[in-house]
Design a protein around this ligand. Structure first.
Ligand code: CA
Length: 226
């Protein structure tokens, strides 16, 4: 499958050149000319990388990036026309993956896109994954269909346990041993409650999918395939 790149840029001539260069290099592209349309699009249509102009008519690209980062784990390359914006872009506060100053060559942009994708994908062996899921251990984050889940301490541990071995059935006792600091103080019911909460959170991302399987009298597992 071709990686899909979202281009957010209000100057049509720049969008056209970028789209041409990226599609020539084997990428799928989708383009938006305003910032407010980005979040609704991402919730429906996951993309692999975003090329984001800072000078958008409706919202500042840096602010938009912060909003995107709250819910999505997608690499972002900034486009800027102003040298004074670069300091903020490279600052840790925003966490850009790369940036280009206008005017830039579309070939250069395409090369940067490839490099960022290579870098972010190479990082993934250290992260665990199961169909639909990705665990970022260093950030203690689990994303589900590219949406970062807002999980409690125990929910994170339970889900991470499942993701490590999709298909494996974990009994309630085993889950408690694995994730609870003091298993003897907890009850089976607590495991069920946490599973119920996790399921509810997953459902807000994909209402029609339930990746957790209940095995009557045995426990729970994560589906090997969705
Ligand atoms: Ca602009």
């Amino acid at each position: 499958m071709k990686p899909k790149i979202l281009i957010v840029e209000d100057e049509p001539s720049i969008t056209d050149t970028i789209q041409y260069a990226l599609e020539t290099d084997g990428f799928d592209t989708v383009a938006l000319s305003s910032g407010t349309a980005v979040i609704p699009l991402l919730s429906q249509d996951p993309v692999d990388l975003i090329v984001l102009d800072i000078g958008l008519p409706d919202i500042n690209g840096l602010e938009l990036c912060k909003t995107i980062r709250k819910a999505h784990d997608i690499p972002i390359i900034f486009l800027t026309a102003r040298a004074d914006e670069i300091d903020r872009v490279v600052g840790l506060e925003i966490g850009a993956d790369d940036y280009l100053t206008k005017p830039f060559s579309p070939r250069e942009l395409s090369a940067r896109v490839k490099a960022v994708l290579r870098r972010t994908r190479r990082a993934s062996p250290s992260t665990m994954s199961a169909p639909g899921f990705k665990v970022d251990e260093s950030k203690r984050r689990i994303s589900y269909f590219d949406k970062i889940l807002d999980l409690s301490h125990y929910e994170f541990k339970i889900l991470k346990t499942f993701i490590r071995r999709p298909g494996h059935v974990y009994s309630r006792d085993r889950l408690m041993d694995l994730v609870w600091e003091e298993p003897e103080t907890s009850m089976d019911r607590t495991v069920d409650t946490h599973i119920k909460n996790i399921r509810a959170k997953l459902k807000t991302v994909k209402p029609d999918v339930d990746p957790i399987v209940t095995h009557r009298g045995m426990g729970y597992s994560l589906k090997e395939e969705l």
